[in-house]
Design a protein around this ligand. Structure first.
Ligand SMILES: Cc1ncc(COP(=O)(O)O)c(C=O)c1O
Length: 396
């Protein structure tokens, strides 16, 4: 059977997640007995806090194992409202909150409920891998703005103004950024958001790395004033701050009508986020928060140790990331010296020859970069640096 004919057009145009693909390949090599260092996946390497695990256990034992409301249990929505009030000073009602199966599912729902065919969504490059694919799946068109490397990969208001057309419906802002770790400072964020609000765009503010900022502060666009609040959909989740990637709980806050539509969509697709994970998430959000600072300290130590070593590798250069747990490294010079013109091939050979899994920049929209995650032990990171050093200097 001709598969092109079988698959729906909207699915034919999407690419698989490159971060999950490289991780799968690394796992396969490990299963074959190879000593692979996996710097591909974006998840903290710490275990979920004990009191969160305990809350999940208690939820299971007390029969909280049934379907829940599609947009989440009231206790979780209340905990999210309290978090947004405490951390950002934002006020939301219950009908402005949805919990879902990860921030990823809520981003998906958002694009599904606001985009009509050919509506445009502005996405800064480099971008988190799923934004463009989700926009395309909703029938929309990603419009890219390239954040310049010498501007910390951040876009400017001039670039944004030039990209807006009458079809533009939304812009995605992800600060701190995956893959670059860059953060927008308050005035930069305000100026960009102002342009977006003046053009009456939805602002998708992906704040999932909010708790991992090493230099500077986090600002939510929704706090900049009533119109900013009205136009912004805050996206966040439990995966990164509480090391709960596998529990699959994220949340969104914003306009009640949009949230209602996103909830209806969930009711017909996932039904509800996992009941047990929801109770565990209430414990995470309302319980002891020291895990946040402990994890951040670990990440900072790794970042500060590895950063100079990366820049010492011939042909590698990267800026010190202000947040998240990634280095986005320009390897153009290393590729040139060793005879590569294709970054995917370079990453593939690095994995095959030195058994280090990194993600090629092509998944994030650039052609001369790699992303490495430092959500792994310092020993492994130091060994990975040694291997990359060898690879970068040996030639083809
Ligand atoms: C920028 C960004 N947004 C959203 C997500 C989705 O997170 P989750 O679906 O685990 O909540 C990720 C995960 O890697 C991410 O890096």
């Amino acid at each position: 059977m001709n598969v092109d004919f079988v698959l729906a057009k909207r699915v034919q145009q999407i690419l698989p997640s490159p971060t999950l693909a490289i991780t799968a390949k690394a796992k396969q090599l490990i299963a074959e007995g190879h000593d692979v260092i996996s710097l591909g996946v974006g998840e903290p390497d710490f275990n979920t806090p004990e009191h969160v695990i305990q809350a999940a256990y208690e939820a299971m034992k007390s029969g909280k194992t049934k379907y829940t409301a599609a947009g989440g249990i009231p206790e979780l929505k209340r905990a999210i409202i309290d978090k947004l009030k405490k951390d950002q000073g934002l006020d939301y009602e219950m009908n402005q909150i949805i919990a879902g199966a990860g921030a990823k599912q809520l981003l998906y729902n958002f694009f599904q409920v606001v985009l009509n065919d050919d509506d445009e969504v502005i996405i800064p490059i480099p971008y988190w891998v799923s934004y463009p694919e989700q926009v395309k799946l909703a029938g929309g068109k990603p419009v890219y703005i390239e954040g310049k490397e010498d501007n910390g990969f951040k876009i400017t208001t001039e670039q944004l103004k030039a990209a807006i057309t009458e079809k533009t419906k939304a812009i995605v802002i992800n600060s701190p950024s995956n893959p670059t770790g860059a953060i927008y400072h308050q005035n930069e964020l305000f100026e960009i958001a102002k342009v977006a609000v003046e053009a009456n765009l939805w602002i998708v503010s992906d704040e999932i790395y909010e708790k991992l900022i090493f230099n500077g502060e986090h600002f939510s666009i929704a706090t900049f004033g009533p119109q900013f609040y009205e136009n912004t959909i805050v996206i966040n989740g439990l995966s990164k701050p509480y090391s709960m990637t596998g529990w699959r709980i994220g949340y969104a806050a914003g306009n009640a009508q949009i949230i209602a539509a996103m909830t209806d969509l969930s009711s017909h697709s996932i039904s509800n986020p996992t009941s047990i994970s929801q109770y565990a998430s209430v414990a995470a959000l309302t319980g002891d928060q020291t895990v946040l600072s402990e994890m951040k300290e670990q990440f900072k130590l790794r970042r500060d140790t590895i950063y100079p070593l990366i820049n010492d590798i011939p042909g590698f250069s990267c800026a010190l990331p202000d947040g998240a747990f990634y280095f986005y490294i320009n390897v153009a010079q290393a590729m040139k010296v060793t005879g590569y013109d294709d970054i995917d091939q370079w990453c593939n050979d690095l994995l095959e020859e030195e058994k280090v899994a990194v993600v090629s920049g092509t998944g994030f929209g650039t052609t001369e970069h790699i992303r490495i995650s430092y959500a792994t032990s310092l020993d492994e990171l130091l060994e990975a640096v040694r291997r990359m050093q060898r690879f970068a200097t040996k030639g083809r």
